[in-house]
Write a protein that binds this ligand. Structure first.
Ligand code: ATP
Ligand code: BTN
Length: 233
């Protein structure tokens, strides 16, 4: 699944490079820092030195439901970080959290018949810019020790290969319960921010990976699209 690896000192965005260039399936592109790291909906992804920023190319014919990929990828990252002794959870649809803060973000985009998966993991950062400092955390902050980013990358890629191959073979149902077990805010009241915000109790995810909320009108299914999930305070 991962065939070629390029590690750059700096680039605008590994995601942008893979989307715009003609890299073959299986290419992994890593950067020590990004000048214009991007999250979903073009939001900024803070990419200072110390974090791990990489993107890879998947061949689309293997994956017919791309919206499930960030969940499977999130579980792989979360399980790998937990195997190092951290305690993490999966935030639907595309983040990994530890101690109530975001430790990794995942971006899956389809372009020109290929899927580009981008992952940012906060590894050795000791602090974050003021606008995200109360929402972001790093492996260093939660564990109190520094980590070798090469080892983290290889460990995550190993887990990703294992899970994405399992997903290709057996589909999303292989991971549904495991993702649900690690789902942030499960059993809590949440708000889905979108054109029409929805408030409800987060029940879990369905067989497809959609979020299920118990609202005053009954069960509602939320698809990933243009939504953000927050606790409802
Ligand atoms: P959120 O609840 O974090 O807004 P979201 O899914 O709605 O989640 P995304 O677009 O997935 O938002 O993530 C981008 C957001 O992540 C940015 O708006 C910023 O708040 C936050 N962020 C940016 N860089 C980092 C980073 N290195 N670590 C953690 N969080 C970051
Ligand atoms: C998010 O939480 O919105 C997703 C963040 C994805 C960030 C990664 S870092 C490597 C790759 N390059 C980018 O510009 N973005 C992704």
């Amino acid at each position: 699944m991962f065939e070629f690896l390029v590690w750059l000192r700096e680039t605008d965005s590994t995601q942008k490079m893979l989307k715009e260039g003609n890299f073959p399936c299986g290419t992994v592109l890593v950067a020590d820092r990004q000048k214009e790291g991007k999250g979903r909906k073009g939001r900024r992804w803070e990419s200072q030195e110390g974090g791990l920023y990489f993107s890879f190319v998947l061949c689309e014919e293997d994956f017919s439901r791309p919206f499930q990929i960030p969940l499977v990828v999130g579980l792989a990252i979360s399980d790998f970080l937990d195997s190092l002794g951290l305690r993490t959870m999966v935030k639907w649809p595309n983040d990994v959290y530890s101690k109530g803060r975001k430790i990794a973000g995942i971006l899956v985009e389809k372009t020109r018949g290929r899927i580009i998966v981008g992952i940012g993991i906060n590894v050795n950062q000791a602090s974050f810019p003021p606008d995200i400092e109360d929402r972001a955390t790093s492996m260093y902050i939660v564990s109190g020790r520094r980590w070798d980013r090469k080892e983290v990358l290889l460990g995550v890629l190993g887990k990703l290969q294992d899970y994405l191959e399992g997903y290709k073979r057996e589909g999303f149902r292989k991971f549904k319960d495991r993702i649900e077990d690690k789902l942030l805010f499960k059993g809590e009241e949440v708000i889905i921010l979108s054109e029409e915000p929805v408030v409800g109790l987060l029940e879990g995810i369905d067989e497809e990976g959609f979020l299920i909320l118990r609202t005053s009108k009954g069960l509602e299914k939320i698809t990933a699209g243009d939504v953000s999930l927050r606790p409802h305070l």
